[in-house]
Design a protein. Structure first.
Length: 205
């Protein structure tokens, strides 16, 4: 049986919840798919997220690696096409660090593209009534840092690992302003399940 590692994030920015971990945790509770699903929660720190991700990969030995993060203000579930080699934080991370205009990997490639079948997955999500679209920018905060790191792990695996990243809107219980967009954890988890199933089908596992 194949193994999937899916990661979410701890809360950040004075919030008590993170929609990514809410949805990832819910998917793990309900998942009955064709692969073993293992989940891990990553720190929202530039220095800590990469090492934590690498430790999880060494421990789990996944065939598929999907990072999930929260994107306040987004209205759709958005699988990311590309992660860029760039940290440029508008706010400090949970350790108080705020890198500006720094390479994630000096000398590394400018960008790393997803290995997930995101266009097919988005089409299926829409067919299931889930607001979804492909995103062309994972930003330049910790989520992008993780996506770029996932791309490096995929490259280093010599074809054994497939991976990518997906952003979610905030969950309703995080938001006080009724004008801000949200997506329920149940709907987000359903969308992540479709992304995962589509990926496993593309790998024929």
């Amino acid at each position: 049986m194949s193994t999937v590692l899916m990661t979410g994030f701890e809360p950040f920015g004075r919030r008590s919840l993170n929609s990514s971990w809410l949805a990832v945790s819910l998917l793990a509770q309900t998942w009955q798919g064709r692969a073993e699903l293992v989940i891990r929660c990553l720190p929202v720190t530039f220095q800590g997220c990469g090492p934590a991700l690498r430790r999880a990969v060494r421990s789990v030995h996944p065939d598929v690696l999907i990072g999930v993060g929260e994107a306040a203000g987004r209205t759709h579930l958005t699988p990311e096409l590309v992660g860029i080699n760039w940290d440029d934080a508008a706010i400090p991370d949970n350790a108080g660090a705020q890198p500006r205009q720094e390479y994630i990997e000096p000398g590394g490639p400018a960008a790393r593209f997803t290995g997930l079948p995101i266009y097919q997955a988005v089409e299926r999500m829409r067919g299931a009534g889930i607001p979804a679209r492909v995103s062309l920018s994972a930003g330049s905060y910790v989520c992008n840092h993780v996506m770029y790191t996932i791309g490096g792990l995929v490259e280093a695996s010599a074809g054994r690992l497939t991976g990518g990243f997906c952003h979610l809107p905030q969950a309703p219980e995080q938001v006080v302003d009724p004008d801000l967009p949200t997506m329920s954890s149940q709907l987000a988890a359903q969308g992540l399940g479709i992304l995962l199933e589509t990926t496993l089908e593309s790998l024929q596992v």
